[in-house]
Design a protein around this ligand. Structure first.
Ligand code: EPU
Length: 417
């Protein structure tokens, strides 16, 4: 089993190149199934979720491969519908994007239930409700979910009961190629949703974003393009948490500043300051840092995908702080692991209160992607050596996390590349 070994206490100084955003890359890779021409996608992170998405497309007969370190070429002209009962589908949330793209391209889909990070039930009823409004019928059994388009209504209005990134993206992809108009309300507006819309519009789609509504005017087809995806806001903010723990100053290159502003303004008040110079974002820890109380909610509020790493940071802050998890009420599996490091915390329902604690090294288990990252953040400031198991979770969404941290002075290594 792959492990990460960390000896805490080193300050971080130097430059880190931020990779492309996993949660943009995945829907855009699956969106290429809608297109019968070659697409070149730039700034794609080399993470295992992306490799799995490309594998699924290849299983379907598409060309889908990295052609250099961060560029992917996809040509789905020869893709065909297969039974998508592949093991990786049930391990990967983004496989849900196959529902919309296969429905649109082939008129039906039969696939394993999409999986994803294990922090409680991950329902898909909003996706299903939307597909049904667009004219699909559903056949469910214990192992497979099957959808088939019947007669598609000319004009459809879908009001999501819950703001959902996945359902918003699926509704866009199911309706981009059609001869009707689709209005989607109560939408997610995360940067990756906007990235997908920008990609599809350059491909020839007609998608407009309003305050609380997306309007999709269906088009006949889409053309292949070259497109550069956004860089990863959560990766950049994870490194900011690391500096808050260790001290020092790092320059983050290839960042989308506007996506980071909300969280950086929280960090400013805590004593983790930032400035831009020569296109890089410099993050520096002041002499002392104070905690904060935050609530996670859909963008532009504080992102749930930074919650575990932020909790790790709070262990090092004067006065401690708290997190109310507003998206995934059970995203707290990291808490018992932080306790193994000596963190003093108390979880009640979807709120965790964290006191400033003296952390020491321990052997820890990553339980999901961001929980794993949180353990790395916490271990960087702990006294002594920590071992983090289950690195496979971390490599799903962080490209070369260990070598990037080592390059700015962390005492960290991994027994895999
Ligand atoms: N929800 C429902 N019914 C649905 C869909 C969602 O009740 O049909 C609920 C979820 O259970 C959750 C909330 O709505 O309570 C929001 O879920 P959402 O659908 O927005 O999440 P997702 O699309 O499954 C994506 C990211 C997650 C990220 C969330 C929230 C991808 C592949 N995954 O998941 O990323 O946490 O949006 O921003 O884009 C991560 O990167 O670590 C990660 C988990």
């Amino acid at each position: 089993m792959e492990k990460i070994f960390v000896t805490g206490g080193r300050s971080l100084n130097g430059k880190i190149e931020i990779s492309g955003m996993k949660n943009s890359a995945l829907p855009i890779i699956f969106a290429c199934l809608l297109i019968n021409e070659e697409c070149i996608l730039e700034n794609i992170p080399m993470v295992s979720d992306v490799e799995n998405a490309l594998f699924i497309l290849r299983q379907m007969g598409a060309y889908a491969s990295f052609i250099d370190e961060h560029t992917v070429k996809i040509n789905a002209r020869n893709a065909s519908l297969i039974d998508l009962d592949l093991d990786i589908i049930s391990k990967m949330r983004a496989s849900s994007y196959l529902m919309s793209t296969c429905l649109s391209r082939f008129g039906s889909v039969s696939m394993a239930y999409p999986g994803g990070c294990n922090f409680g039930v991950r329902p898909i009823e909003q996706h299903i409700k939307g597909f049904q409004a667009l004219g699909a019928t559903l056949i469910e059994n214990t192992d497979l979910i099957s959808l088939k388009f019947g007669k598609r209504p000319k004009n459809t209005k879908i009001v999501l009961d819950k703001i959902s990134v996945g359902a918003t993206i699926n509704m866009i992809m199911a309706s981009a190629i059609s001869d009707g108009i689709t209005i989607i309300e109560n939408i997610a507006k995360e940067p990756h949703v906007l990235d997908l819309i920008a990609f599809l519009n350059i491909c020839g789609a007609d998608i407009s974003l309003y305050e609380n509504q997306i309007k999709v005017v269906g088009v006949k087809g889409l053309k292949g393009i070259r497109y550069r995806i956004y860089s990863d806001m959560i990766e950049a903010l994870t490194f900011a948490c690391c500096v808050g723990v260790t001290g020092g100053e790092i320059a983050l290159q290839n960042v989308e500043g506007e996506h980071l502003e909300g969280v950086l303004s929280v960090f400013d008040k805590m004593g983790i300051s930032h400035r831009y110079k020569n296109g890089a974002l410099y993050i520096k820890k002041n002499a002392s840092i104070r905690g904060a109380d935050i609530v996670t909610a859909p963008y532009p509020a504080f992102p749930t995908d930074l919650h575990p790493q932020f909790s790790a940071l709070l262990c090092y802050c004067d006065g401690g702080g708290s997190v109310i998890e507003g998206i995934f009420p059970n995203r707290f599996a990291y808490a018992v692991e932080l306790e193994k490091l000596g963190a003093r915390l108390n979880r009640v329902d979807n709120k965790i209160i964290i006191e400033k604690s003296l952390l020491h090294g321990a052997t820890l288990d990553a339980t999901d992607l961001r929980a794993g990252a949180a353990l790395v953040v916490a271990a960087l400031g702990a006294t002594g050596k920590s071992t983090i198991n289950n690195v496979n979770y971390i490599v799903r969404g962080y490209e070369r996390l260990v070598s990037k941290l080592a390059s700015v002075g962390a005492d960290i290594f991994c027994d895999v590349k």
